[in-house]
Design a protein around this ligand. Structure first.
Ligand code: DC
Length: 223
């Protein structure tokens, strides 16, 4: 049976950095489910779908065939056969992904892909509902969070580095709005699973978070 580590938490908590490094250390695959939602959002934007039109999103999402490949350990998201990794990290896609991921048909569309990756590989999978819905029997569950301001600082630095013209205030506002939507949607809202270990990374380095996760794994056992 495969060993699956579920890491959930709000935007900017450091999930992808931590999950990627943990996967590398353990020789597991890193499954970034946010990237799958982003690829669908990118598709919907290209199709000109209105983010407020739930029915149109539900109908259109089936046209987005999502596949995952790994190149040098890096997860590549294929949207209808095309590598879309370099298009899905903009604020526009983030906002659409937060809206479209609340639509049940979009979630259903990705669920089997996520579960089948976990069945066939040892994984570190990050997202919002991994420990609660996608892999309720995950071997280890982590809920990784940090204060709004720390998360906005991190996101702002990331966007600036990519040359995006954004203000810190807008990034903080977007983060709070996304939290609000992710935590209050009716299907698979972001919440800590009862058996998830809480890690607040506000004042921790990535190395400290990784150490804590590795020690949780040792106490869980990988057999
Ligand atoms: O982790 P991220 O910022 O790349 O995720 C993009 C959006 O996708 C986020 O607003 C919430 C959504 N998402 C989700 O609903 N469920 C997941 N398992 C992963 C992401």
């Amino acid at each position: 049976m495969s060993f699956n580590i579920a890491i959930d938490g709000p935007a900017g908590a450091g999930k992808s950095t931590i999950a990627r490094k943990a996967a590398e250390m353990l020789g597991f695959i890193y499954v970034d489910t946010g990237a799958m939602y982003r690829a669908i959002a990118y598709y919907l934007l290209k199709e000109g779908i209105d983010p407020d039109n739930t029915e149109a999103i539900a109908a259109a999402c089936t046209g987005a065939d999502i596949e995952i490949r790994y190149e040098d350990g890096e997860q590549i998201v294929l949207l209808n056969g095309e590598n879309v990794n370099s298009y899905i990290r903009t604020e526009e896609v983030s906002i659409m992904a937060s809206r479209s991921s609340a639509v049940p048909e979009v979630r259903q569309h990705l669920l089997e892909l996520q579960r089948s990756l976990a069945r066939t590989h040892d994984t570190v999978m990050d997202g919002r509902d991994i420990g609660t819905t996608v892999l309720p029997d995950a071997s280890l569950k982590i809920y990784l969070t940090a204060s709004d301001e720390v998360r906005a600082d991190r996101r702002y630095a990331e966007l600036k580095e990519k040359g995006e013209q954004v203000s810190y205030e807008d990034v903080l506002k977007d983060i709070r709005e996304r939290d609000e939507r992710d935590m209050n949607r009716s299907v698979s809202p972001l919440r800590r699973a009862d058996d998830a270990h809480l890690i607040d990374s506000s004042y921790m380095t990535p190395e400290e978070v990784l150490l804590e996760i590795m020690s949780l794994i040792s106490s869980t056992g990988t057999e």
